[in-house]
Design a protein around this ligand. Sequence first.
Ligand SMILES: NC(=O)c1ccc[n+]([C@@H]2O[C@H](COP(=O)([O-])OP(=O)(O)OC[C@H]3O[C@@H](n4cnc5c(N)ncnc54)[C@H](OP(=O)(O)O)[C@@H]3O)[C@@H](O)[C@H]2O)c1
Length: 247
Amino acid sequence: MAKLSGKTALVTGASRGIGRAAAFALAEAGAKVFVHYSQAADEAEAVVAEIRGKGGEAEKFKADLSEATGPHQLAAEVAKATKKLDIVVANAGISTAATIEETKVEDFDRQFAVNVRAPFFLVQQLLPVLGDGSSIVLVSSLAARTAVGTLSAYAATKGAIDTLVKHFAFALGGRGIRVNAVAPGIVATDMSNFAKTDAGKEFALGIQAIKRVAQPTDISGAIAFLASDDSQWVTGDTIRVDGGSRL
Ligand SMILES: NC(=O)c1ccc[n+]([C@@H]2O[C@H](COP(=O)([O-])OP(=O)(O)OC[C@H]3O[C@@H](n4cnc5c(N)ncnc54)[C@H](OP(=O)(O)O)[C@@H]3O)[C@@H](O)[C@H]2O)c1
């Protein structure tokens, strides 16, 4: 059942992984999807082609969100392409595993640039084009809630997302704009390649209630739910989508 017909959605980092699955889920529900990517142009084009092949509407947009001006450029391109945006999924993210001792200033800064600064300024820059009643979905992580792996700098970026969700939701609620986040656990994507190894799989299953490794489609349904009016009374929340990790 299409619940997003007539809506236009931007998904950042939609060339691969969770963002790609989210783009497909939103298109499946009837939304026109702006597929953002940074380096993976062929993969982004394949996402656009697959959506169009199924009768949907999609366009791709390139922007490097590690650059301070990246979110501004992306928002300007989006504003040229549509008068009204209904859904933003700020999904693009990076992680660098490192112990506290090993963490380099440049890696720390790059993670905060892509994972926190970019969503903040993307939302800021999109405010004029975001329709009243629109939905913003940010992407947090299990790592914000509990110590997993050697990811303290990355985890701090996701802790910032959990905080931004509340402040953005309160500030934008007057326009009926809802702001939420999903917090995936370990998902088998390029970012969490270790989940595809035997040791990674064993670790994931050891901390999860549900005993299988999550795929991007395990997350995209929750993103589509938060994007749709089915979640019309949900705002300012981070929803765990982690197969019951570290309960
Ligand atoms: N996988 C997990 O276990 C897991 C768990 C919890 C939370 N998350 C979060 O879920 C989100 C998606 O992760 P994923 O696992 O799907 O990662 P992924 O497969 O590595 O994909 C990352 C996406 O982000 C984009 N991206 C990376 N650097 C960028 C930059 N500088 N500028 C613009 N876009 C950039 C990539 O675009 P290009 O390929 O085009 O460069 C790609 O589309 C992230 O926010 C991540 O922190 C993931």
